[in-house]
Ligand binder design. Structure first.
Ligand code: FRU
Length: 494
């Protein structure tokens, strides 16, 4: 049954999307059909297509009562919008349909598990309780489950805050039963990941505290995701209010990946290591899915939540996803690569080898704002390495964004200070480069208003939004000292 609120949202988005020209959006990163987008939700493969839902407020390009927008794709790069999937229209989610996940049931139905803002459980205070709900559908229309909420404050450990209990990530175990992790605020005020179990994906109960924060990584946690990869347990989290540690976790509301041993029988996870998932400026609330070919694919909201107040020119949409990234574990760490489907939309290759760079250097055919470019940089003479190497892009006489690498310090800096921002938002991030022989390899993906840098084959990644006019499309190389570069550049086309 399509409720009045869902019907309204669907009618509104059909008209509103006509006011947005395709050139005014990223071309292969998902942006909202209209209005506002934040977290990726319900990322799954169903009936031959990837389904991606998103936190959505269609009526304004600001956060508002949350709906779920919906898009499908066969290559993870070209997305087709489907009608708004969920609206805040029933008892348990009347205040908003918050983040969640999806999977395919054995009977062929598509199941979505999400957080509802339950105004009825509002009790005497003002903030709604957060509860976990289900919806079942056919890939386009979803019915909210009559038994909602399936998990609420009575299913959480003593002292948990019922106002902060959200973002369920569901999966099916090999024995056919179901599990979900969700975050909650523990009695000490910081985050915890709770594990829930179900025999049939509909009746749920609390199993155990999967991991407690104890105030180590930020305060409250958001958007948990747990999976095994290359023999390790991997927990992805978006902690709020993080303190920086060395070069990592500078974004306030940031991201962390914990890697460790997962005991499948006990269902217990012992983290051994933690690292930033993305060392750039704009990355939050990521979610993964297992593709039919076995790849673990992650997508994130390409936004620093603290940076939403700065928008550049007004647009009738706001928010976009990162490029989907294939994950793998190497040397005990999480590595990422843009999905290999990207290679199919490359055109116009231009390449150079062993090009000397001393001072400024432009290269013919190297430019553009929708590109996939790999640059390898080495000292021209290993006995006299260059001091600093700079790669400037989205550049004209007025604007540029740059990556600069200090050879001796081994630090790569992303700086968008001159990208056209007119506010004192965060514009710089530094990343301490791990394990390098003499060569630094940077794969730079530009899509009109963003940059994603995959460092040394994806061992580290830096992501940022750009606010620069599209006419600024030049690329320049610079070395303080003598460097030598190889460049391979492709245009990325629709
Ligand atoms: C993360 C988040 C989630 C919540 C959703 C609401 O960005 O705060 O925890 O479910 O956004 O839009």
């Amino acid at each position: 049954m399509v409720s009045k609120r869902l019907r309204q949202a669907r009618a509104y988005e059909l008209e509103a999307e006509k006011r947005i020209s395709p050139e005014d959006r990223p071309s292969f990163h998902l942006s909202p059909r209209c209005g506002w987008l934040n977290d990726p939700n319900g990322f799954s493969f169903y009936k031959g297509q990837y389904h991606l839902f998103y936190q959505y407020y269609p009526y304004n390009s600001q956060w508002g009562p949350m709906h779920w927008g919906h898009a499908v794709s066969t290559d993870l790069l070209h997305w087709t919008y489907l009608p708004c999937a969920l609206a805040p229209d029933s008892g348990a989610d009347i205040g908003g349909v918050f983040s969640g996940s999806g999977l395919v049931l054995p009977d062929g139905r598509h199941l979505l598990m999400y957080t509802g803002l339950d105004d009825e459980l509002n009790k005497p205070d003002s903030d709604p309780y957060q509860v976990q709900c289900l919806a079942v559908g056919d890939g386009e229309n979803y019915d909210k489950y009559m038994g909602n909420p399936v998990l609420s404050d009575t299913d959480t450990p003593e002292g948990s805050d019922p106002h902060d209990f959200r973002d369920p990530k569901i999966w099916r175990r090999e024995d056919g039963t179901y599990r979900a992790v969700a975050v909650s605020r523990a009695s000490d005020g910081t985050g915890q990941v709770l594990l829930f179990e179900s025999p049939d994906a509909f009746s749920w109960k609390f199993k155990k505290v999967f991991l407690k924060n104890d105030g180590v990584y930020g305060l409250m946690w958001e958007c948990p995701d747990f999976f095994t990869l290359d023999g390790k347990g991997v927990l992805l989290l978006s902690p709020m209010d993080m303190l920086p540690e060395g070069f990592e976790f500078h974004n306030g509301n940031g991201n962390v990946c914990m890697i460790g041993e997962f005991d499948d029988k006990e269902e217990s996870f012992a983290p051994e290591r933690a690292q930033a998932i993305d060392s750039g400026i704009d990355f939050y609330a990521c979610q993964t899915m297992l593709a039919p070919d076995g790849r673990r694919i992650m997508i994130g909201w390409m936004q620093n939540p603290d940076g939403c107040s700065y928008r550049g020119d007004y647009k009738p949409w706001y928010g976009q996803m990162t490029i989907p990234r294939e994950l793998f574990i190497k040397d005990g760490r999480l590595w990422q690569k843009p999905v290999r489907e990207l290679e199919a939309i490359r055109s116009n290759p231009v390449s150079y080898e062993k090009i000397p760079v001393e001072g400024e250097r432009l290269l013919s055919g190297i430019g553009g704002r929708r590109i996939d470019m790999t640059v390898k940089v080495r000292p021209m003479d290993p006995d006299h390495p260059y001091h600093k190497f700079i790669l400037r892009f989205a550049m004209n006489e007025e604007f540029y964004t740059q990556l600069s690498f200090r050879y001796k310090e081994n630090v790569l800096k992303l700086d968008r200070k001159f990208s056209g921002t007119r506010r004192a938002v965060i514009n710089q991030r530094r990343c301490l480069i791990r394990q390098r022989n003499d060569e630094l390899k940077l794969r730079v993906i530009l899509d009109r208003c963003s940059v994603e840098v995959f460092i040394n084959d994806g061992e580290q990644v830096m992501t940022a939004l750009l606010y620069t006019d599209q006419e600024a499309d030049q690329i320049m190389f610079y070395a303080d000292g003598s460097a030598e570069i190889d460049v391979e550049k492709y245009d990325l086309t629709d």
